[in-house]
Design a protein around this ligand. Structure first.
Ligand code: ATP
Ligand code: MG
Length: 354
């Protein structure tokens, strides 16, 4: 594939992990390894077993994973699947390009920074954060090139380095002894559930053990609610894994009586409210599709993104376009399968499932 003079090959499998990619640019070539999958815990009581030497707890931010790397002296941003999304590249270069380049230049060539892009202005995951409502990049890992591989920079060293270059990190919420960790993390999660934040990633401060993630009810149930807006797209795959997470959370919390009833109602409504709304909308002739705003540094960047979306078979259309302080701002619609499925069901009265 191509992006602004770079040629790249996303690798679906092989030794460097899913989403690894080789990028060629300006007489240089770099291999970017895939971002490793993080194991999910459903019982906080198990934390001491996985982190017997203590654990650093970071906020898990809800956006999309973007690895950044220098190739031929230029910054490239790689999505989880190993693609150079033209929107992400253009916006990231514009917002924090210089800072990221400076940081990467101090590391051995081939090193990789990984972070979460969050905010409402992106084509993938839209969650508003008060600290960065539209577009922010929060770093959570640095893979330092060493010998034939990469080594993850220790937690505290990474946080300091990121700060020194004027960039942002995900929040480090504390480092805890194994015995105190379950209670401390529970308190964080309870607070996050009130504030509407996703969860935590637990890491050995020196990456001597595998990291683990844990999410709160706000996200377990909130994801279901989002997903069930489009029951025949995301809804189907979202439902069961998130019910399982909540099943163990409710067990561990020993929820009973009123508190249990409330959680059950919350979950039930998250499944039925958005999905029945979707059926009603189709029945009334107003099928809903996903809509969002994208902000491009230039018209060419928009064109580049539209070509990319077409090449990947993503069905989108531009509803509005305007120039705002030099940015090209567009309202985009992404087409869903759900309205068609519902329409068929309303006509036939049958279900395509059982
Ligand atoms: P997988 O199961 O392969 O990890 P996923 O993308 O569905 O896939 P998530 O449940 O979103 O996984 O959790 C892992 C992701 O969380 C990471 O890939 C990263 O994008 C994001 N993330 C957010 N904050 C952090 C953090 N502090 N440390 C590590 N990852 C983080
Ligand atoms: Mg995520």
């Amino acid at each position: 594939m191509e992006y602004k003079g770079a040629r790249y090959v996303p690798l679906k499998k092989g030794g460097y992990g899913k989403g690894s990619v080789i990028i060629y640019y300006n007489g240089d070539a770099k291999l970017v390894p895939g971002y490793p999958s993080i194991k999910r815990l459903v019982l906080l009581s198990k934390v001491p077993e996985y982190f017997p030497d203590g654990v650093s707890v970071e906020e898990k931010m809800n956006g999309y994973n973007v690895r950044t790397v220098l190739v031929g002296n230029e910054l490239f941003a790689v999505t989880r699947g190993g693609y150079l999304c033209p929107y992400t590249n253009a916006r990231l270069r514009e917002e924090v390009g210089e800072e990221l380049k400076d940081l990467l230049k101090t590391l051995p060539p081939g090193s990789v920074v990984a972070g979460e892009v969050v905010g409402t202005e992106n084509p993938y995951v839209r969650v508003e954060y008060p600290e960065e409502p539209k577009f922010g990049y929060f770093i959570f890992d640095i893979f330092v090139r060493e010998g034939k591989g990469w080594k993850q920079m220790p937690v505290y060293e990474r946080h300091e380095l990121v700060k020194r270059y004027g960039l942002k990190s995900v929040r480090l919420l504390g480092t805890f002894e194994p015995e105190e960790a379950p209670q401390k993390i529970k308190e964080i999660i309870d607070r996050f559930d009130v504030e509407g934040r996703e969860g935590v990633v637990m890491k050995d401060p020196n990456y001597k053990r595998e990291p683990a993630k844990y999410t709160g009810s706000f996200t377990n149930i909130g994801d279901i609610e989002q997903g069930m807006l489009y029951p025949f797209d995301e809804g189907k795959d979202y439902l069961f894994p998130r019910i399982v997470r909540e099943m163990f959370k409710v067990y561990e919390e020993r929820l009973e009586g009123r508190a249990f009833e409330e959680r059950a109602l919350w979950l039930g409504k998250a499944i039925l409210s958005p999905s029945v709304k979707a059926v009603k909308a189709v029945a009334e002739g107003n099928p809903i599709h996903e809509e969002f705003t994208l902000r491009f540094p230039s018209e060419e960047d928009l064109e580049e993104y539209l070509r990319y979306a077409r090449a990947l078979g993503i069905k989108i259309s531009i509803l509005e376009k305007e120039v705002e302080d030099g940015w090209t701002v567009v309202r985009v619609r992404k087409y869903k399968r759900t309205p068609d499925v519902i329409e068929g069901m309303l006509k036939s009265g049958h279900t395509p499932l059982d």
